[in-house]
Design a protein around this ligand. Structure first.
Ligand code: SF4
Ligand code: SF4
Length: 168
């Protein structure tokens, strides 16, 4: 199919830009009376018009039991399903045969925040969280170990529910 080329005529020397300028200024002026959608981040984190979704998938959090131990039983499902291969798990076992993670690390820098780890976890231990302020000055600080994951306090993300696809 041939490509149509539209040739635009350049304005001549007799063209006045006043009309276009006034139109532009009128548009700008109209915006002065519209509701503001900006917010004063970081002092403000949400406004009446906008708040972060409870489905936001950000910084991970490991939930703990009543004794403060990680709920993870080192089943190995989350590192298995992780598409970014960013979960490191070394399982251990106590005298009673209970499995627990000797090493559990997530590289937040490689993570694509798909939430599969949360979905697959049989113990509801690992979660993505409603949290995004996790910038660091060095690459290795993005690797969260078990202690750091357990120490997170932000809310955990709610999973997508097929019966409520819009989250209402
Ligand atoms: S959110 Fe996805 S990419 Fe990130 S650790 Fe979990 S499974 Fe891996
Ligand atoms: S899926 Fe859950 S229980 Fe299994 S290794 Fe991952 S965090 Fe631990």
């Amino acid at each position: 199919m041939p490509i149509a080329v539209k040739v635009m005529k350049r304005p001549g020397s007799a063209t006045s830009y006043v009309r276009a300028t006034l139109k532009g200024m009128a548009l700008t002026f109209r915006h002065l009376f519209r509701p503001k959608v900006t917010m004063q981040y970081p002092e403000e984190k949400s406004t009446e018009l906008w708040t972060i979704s409870s489905r936001w998938r950000g910084t991970h959090r490991m939930l703990t039991d009543e004794q403060g131990r990680a709920k993870c039983v080192a089943c190995g499902l989350c590192p298995q399903i992780c598409p970014a291969n960013c979960i490191k798990l070394v399982p251990g076992e106590d005298e009673q045969g209970n499995r627990y993670p000797l090493i559990y690390e997530i590289d937040e820098f490689r993570c694509v925040f798909c939430g599969y780890c949360q979905e697959v976890c049989p113990e509801e231990a690992i979660h993505v969280g409603v949290h995004y302020e996790n910038s660091e000055y060095s690459r290795d600080r993005f690797v969260y170990d078990l202690e750091r994951l357990c120490g997170q306090t932000h809310p955990v993300s709610t999973l997508w529910d097929p019966s409520d696809p819009r989250g209402e």
